[in-house]
Design a protein around this ligand. Structure first.
Ligand SMILES: [Fe+2]
Length: 175
């Protein structure tokens, strides 16, 4: 079992980051949510991306969600992403583009994320949303780190490239 954040970082740093290894690392992760408390930084303005650690191979961050906050529909720019709920409940709705007769998005699944979830661009795109009425916090690994992704407009399928930013790093709010 992985019981501390240091152990989790050591495992992620040493392991070859295939889907299988990150899955098994997250499955072994039983770190108390209190260990992440310095990364629990919330804002009424937007969901908060709080960086724990970044290398060329991966980034580990805590996303903090006030009630009602959600992401745009987005892809992951060829990265692989895992999510582990730390506190509260986040829901995920996945979409694919249906090509016929006119291209449009179709909902593939929608459910509260209660355990490890995985996504990449082959699986589809998604929206993460906090419908719970309570604050929530989720732990994310992306490999490689995502510097840019695409946001999608449901009606037009138009895309907008977004530069990813952190709202805090190592517990310190970014200016
Ligand atoms: Fe995502």
């Amino acid at each position: 079992m992985i019981k501390s954040l240091d152990d989790l970082l050591a495992k992620l740093t040493r392991a070859p980051l295939s889907q299988e290894t990150v899955n098994s690392i997250f499955q072994e992760t039983q770190v108390a949510k209190e260990a992440f408390s310095k990364y629990f930084i919330f804002s009424k303005n937007c969901y908060m991306r709080n960086l724990i650690h970044r290398t060329d191979a991966f980034e580990l961050l805590v996303i903090c969600w006030e009630p009602g906050q959600q992401t745009p529909l987005h892809d992951h720019n060829s990265s692989a992403g895992w999510m582990l709920p730390l506190d509260g409940t986040i829901s995920e709705t996945r979409y694919r583009v249906q090509p016929d007769p006119e291209p449009h998005f179709v909902k593939v699944s929608s459910q509260p994320a209660r355990e490890i979830s995985y996504i990449d661009d082959f699986i589809g795109m998604h929206v993460l949303h906090n419908d719970s009425g309570q604050r929530a916090a989720t732990l994310h690994v992306y490999t490689p780190p995502i510097s840019e992704c695409r946001y999608y407009d449901f009606q037009t399928l138009a895309t907008r490239t977004a530069t990813m930013r952190y709202h805090s790093q190592d517990g310190v709010t970014c200016s």
